[in-house]
Design a protein around this ligand. Structure first.
Ligand code: ATP
Length: 234
């Protein structure tokens, strides 16, 4: 479904990704792991066209998207849920969700999608007229994911969804990701919490200094103590 081949990308003259190749299949949850600064966020930003690859190719459902604009990538069916949630605190829950459907002009479709999000996350319905800034951390995470789902993605890019959450809320986030997956959406998950990531994904890539150093089923990765120790702190 998504395929990166030899992607180089970075910020201005600074190259961060040194030729990254990876795949996400239809209906798959794939984890992208690695130490701080490895280039995980840079990879997601490059897929969603916030950064332009300097070399390599990115294809999604057989179409080249490496030169697309960010809204073009959203229209193709990829939604990006960035790090630190970034909901708009002085807008209501419903307004935040509507902004996730910025590529859709059909009001009835926006309402129908919001209804679907409310079915997955009933607490957002209860709090739809409140400012997003008043929600708890876990609820803001639900809102950020719900907002991404408003574009009806086929692939969701999730950057550190458990960051700063308590263990209880982390479990809630895991439930959210499972719910998204159950809706048939594929997920590329960047996560510092390795055990959480390995419990959700069927496959994982390990990135280090802008290169893929491992690509394996999560079951095999869990057993590879040397690799976990070397790149993921044990
Ligand atoms: P983390 O868990 O710390 O977010 P990461 O694997 O997601 O790690 P990236 O955020 O992709 O890493 O960062 C990779 C490298 O790119 C780091 O060395 C970082 O300092 C650098 N970098 C990130 N954003 C920028 C930017 N806007 N301008 C220049 N360099 C940047």
């Amino acid at each position: 479904m998504l395929e990166l081949q030899g992607v180089r990308s970075g910020y201005g003259a600074v190259n961060i990704l040194q030729g990254v190749s990876l795949k996400v299949g239809e209906g798959e949850v794939v984890a992208l792991l690695g130490p701080n600064g490895a280039g995980k966020t840079t990879t997601l930003r490059t897929i969603s066209a916030l950064l332009r690859p300097q070399a390599g190719s990115i294809t999604f459902q057989g179409q080249a998207i490496g030169r697309a604009r960010p809204e073009g990538v959203v229209r193709q069916g990829i939604a990006h849920c960035p790090e630190e949630r970034k909901v708009w605190p002085r807008m209501t829950v419903a307004e935040n969700l509507e902004l996730g459907a910025y590529t859709v002009s059909d009001r009835a479709m926006i309402r129908a999608r919001m209804e679907e999000v409310f079915e997955s996350f009933p607490v957002l319905r209860e709090r739809r007229t409140e400012y997003a800034g008043r929600l708890s951390g876990g609820q803001q995470q639900m809102l950020a994911v719900g907002r991404a789902l408003m574009s009806a993605p086929k692939l969701l890019l999730l950057d550190e969804p458990s960051l700063g959450l308590s263990p209880v809320l982390m479990q809630q986030v895991a439930g959210i990701i499972r719910a998204v997956h159950a809706r048939g959406v594929s997920v590329l998950l960047v996560e510092q919490n390795i055990s959480l990531a390995l419990s959700l994904a069927s496959r994982a890539y390990v990135l280090s200094s802008g290169r893929v150093v491992a690509d394996s089923p999560t079951r095999a990765l869990k057993a590879d103590k040397a690799l976990l120790q070397a790149y993921l702190g044990g």
